[in-house]
Design a protein around this ligand. Structure first.
Ligand SMILES: [Zn+2]
Length: 306
């Protein structure tokens, strides 16, 4: 039985899982991300891997590989994070320190690339050669497998779909500095900006906006919120249509906090509107069955390739 370790570095938490080759999680550890120094995360990965192996009575050198999935920006070749959004460091070395300390083959991949790999290996995409994973969380990201190959690109950014332009008039500025990008309107970080742009009424009624407050207002049937939700759905459908026409997938799965906390409220309108925008044949569009573990599954899938 092959054993692998998957690591997921999210916005706030670090998760380490020891899994067998069928994707059964044998032991999982979770910890707040260490921000004291730039070696903190790799130190934690090493400790958590050792503890996890001990907990299930597996020797560390029996582990086939370690896959680390992380939000970008990252340099996959060098195995480092570069100026991560949530950490006060220029570079965070991951692969080398972990490999050196544990003596196990280790690699790094973008969390959305990991997402699509996890979907194909352990989720709804088993047997699919063409699929896309779309993450709508704090930001918007994607991972694409085309003809069975995970697309990476020259810098590992082949599916930066959150930066597709969905509003050519471009009133909202994206975190990347450019105008009119999908992420600037529909991501968890930016939905409050969109509300502010469109509806003084909602702001005066609800105070400072958060995605949670906004979706609650939609659920309660607030007229302004429902109408803004229509606009968000339209932009989500345009973004998804661009993805479908770019990669021609047979399956699109959605994950990320905004999706997982609202599921069909986000995905159903995309399904309903998609044919207004696509040229390619409509794929199956679903919420990922792997939920918030989709990237972790992808990290394990990568580790099992060793
Ligand atoms: Zn952007």
């Amino acid at each position: 039985m092959n054993i692998a370790v998957g690591v997921d570095i999210g916005g706030t938490n670090l998760r380490v899982t020891v899994s067998d080759e069928s994707g059964d999680f044998l032991h999982t550890e979770k910890k707040k991300i260490e921000v004291s120094d730039e070696m903190g995360i790799s130190r934690n990965i090493v400790d958590m891997t050792r503890r996890s192996c001990e907990a299930i009575d597996v020797k560390v050198d029996e582990v086939k590989g370690i896959g680390i999935a992380s939000t970008g920006p990252l340099d996959v070749e060098k195995g480092i994070l570069i100026r991560p959004t949530n950490l006060p460091f220029g570079k965070v070395p991951l692969v080398e320190p972990v490999r050196k300390e544990l003596g196990i083959p280790t690699s790094l991949l973008n969390d959305c690339s990991a997402g699509v790999l996890g979907e194909k290996t352990f989720g709804a995409g088993k047997g699919c050669e063409n699929l896309v994973y779309i993450n709508i969380g704090t930001g918007i990201g994607g991972g694409a497998i085309v003809d069975g190959n995970l697309l990476l690109g020259k810098d590992g950014n082949a599916a930066e779909i959150g930066h597709f332009t969905v509003d050519p008039k471009g009133k909202l500025i994206c975190g990347c500095g450019k105008k009119g990008h999908w992420e600037a309107y529909c991501s968890g970080r930016n939905i409050p900006n969109f509300v502010e742009l469109r509806s003084e009424e909602l702001i005066s009624r609800y105070g400072e906006m958060s995605p949670e407050k906004f979706f609650k207002a939609v659920e309660e049937g607030d007229r302004e919120a429902v109408s803004l939700m229509e606009e968000i759905s339209k932009l989500n459908a345009i973004g998804t249509a661009d993805v479908i026409d770019a990669y021609d997938p047979e399956l699109v799965t959605f994950g990320g906090t905004v999706v997982l906390e609202n599921e069909e409220r986000i995905v159903n309108p995309i399904r309903g509107r998609i044919e207004d925008h696509i040229r390619n044949e409509k794929p199956e569009i679903i919420v990922t069955p792997l939920k918030d573990k989709v990237s972790l599954y992808g990290a394990i899938a990568r580790a099992l390739e060793y």
